[in-house]
Design a protein around this ligand. Structure first.
Ligand SMILES: [Zn+2]
Length: 78
């Protein structure tokens, strides 16, 4: 769980305690979506955003798993 996911979960709990179920579900769905994006599809551990050099001055954005080293390419950055 990243800091961003934890922030959304905390806000969701506060909304739940206030009785705002609609906002609770909205924040929970955002947290689950972010958390899913940050999980390695290979081993299930947390990934971090990184860049991989593909040419002299061209990079590709990747999600890098700190546990197994798996990389998921996101988009091109020049
Ligand atoms: Zn992994």
């Amino acid at each position: 769980m990243t800091k961003e996911v934890l922030e959304h979960c905390t806000r969701a709990v506060v909304r739940y305690m206030n009785g705002d179920m609609k906002e609770f579900e909205r924040l929970t769905n955002i947290a689950m979506k972010i958390n899913h994006q940050c999980v390695c599809s290979n081993c299930g551990n947390i990934t971090i955003p990184a860049k991989r050099k593909i040419d002299k001055d061209k990079y590709v954005k990747i999600e890098l798993c700190l546990d197994c080293g798996a990389q998921k390419e996101l988009q091109c950055v020049s």
